[in-house]
Design a protein around this ligand. Structure first.
Ligand SMILES: Nc1ncnc2c1ncn2[C@@H]1O[C@H](COP(=O)(O)OP(=O)(O)OP(=O)(O)O)[C@@H](O)[C@H]1O
Ligand SMILES: [Mg+2]
Length: 243
């Protein structure tokens, strides 16, 4: 299978801390790949490097086989790479509709009370509908529960019609019902052909969703394979139990 994303020997240090240590792996086009590792093992830093929020010290990132010389978040978003953050990033003072509008090219017009196109309006309504947020469309995002704000962030991420989505612990701190809802949205996203890289601590969720799981420990990749195999890998058990 062709790789949508290739990470080759990527290293990123903060002072003396090697957060990501010569990481090499690929994410197949159309796959749903899990990324796990103990707290502080470098998962978020890796996401930040891949999506251009942090420069790497060394290594290569390729998208569709093309070397990305200087990853830049805005440019990558236009290339179809979208992500969520470990703590939902939404604008609490803006309505749900406005939050979604800001994720599409001319959507900022809505904030100035300038009409946006009918197609864009319909897209926003559709996203609200899919994520069950229509009744709250004109409420401020700050009024949402934590789980709902994660849903809104997820919906926002999809407004740019991405091909590759990186999700950083979308279900962390969310109640069991909302976990199931988020899980179904992740599954659906994958079924529509979008490639997904998912940071998730709960192995049972990864067992249900992923064919492949990548495991980081202290910045280094220590295991890669089907979740059933990875969970029995002695190196993985050591990393978790020894942490
Ligand atoms: N901006 C930063 N400045 C300094 N050190 C950082 C910075 N970001 C991350 N680190 C350090 O890099 C290491 C990896 O952190 P990172 O947040 O990537 O881990 P993580 O696997 O996402 O952890 P968690 O599961 O807690 O989210 C940690 O030692 C962390 O303290
Ligand atoms: Mg993290």
């Amino acid at each position: 299978m062709t790789a949508m994303l290739e990470v080759r020997g990527v290293t990123k240090s903060f002072g003396g801390v090697v957060a990501v240590d010569h990481c090499t792996f690929s994410v197949a086009a159309g796959s749903l790949t899990g990324l796990i590792g103990p707290n502080g093992s470098g998962k978020t830093t890796l996401f930040n490097v891949i999506t251009g929020y942090l420069p790497s010290d060394s290594g290569e990132i390729r998208l569709d086989g093309r070397l990305i010389r200087k990853p830049d978040p805005t440019w990558l978003y236009r290339q179809g790479v979208a992500r969520t953050f470990q703590n939902a990033r939404i604008f609490p003072e803006l309505t749900l509709r406005e939050n979604l509008a800001l994720a599409i090219p001319a959507g900022w017009r809505m904030l100035l009370n300038i009409a946006i196109s009918r197609a864009d309006r319909e897209r926003i309504d559709e996203a609200l509908e899919i994520f069950g947020l229509s009744p709250l469309a004109d409420h401020r995002a700050g009024e949402l529960s934590y789980g709902q704000s994660r849903l809104l962030e997820f919906a926002t991420t999809l407004m740019g019609r991405p091909r590759l989505v990186l999700l950083d612990e979308p279900t962390a701190g969310v109640n069991p019902i909302m976990i199931e809802i988020l899980e179904n949205h992740i599954r659906r996203l994958h079924e529509t052909g979008v490639t997904v890289l998912l940071v998730e601590h709960r192995l049972e969720i990864l067992m249900r969703l992923c064919e492949t799981v990548i495991v980081l420990d202290q910045g280094a990749l220590i295991a890669e394979g089907p979740p059933e195999r990875v969970r029995r890998d002695p190196k993985v058990l050591d990393a978790y139990l020894g942490a």
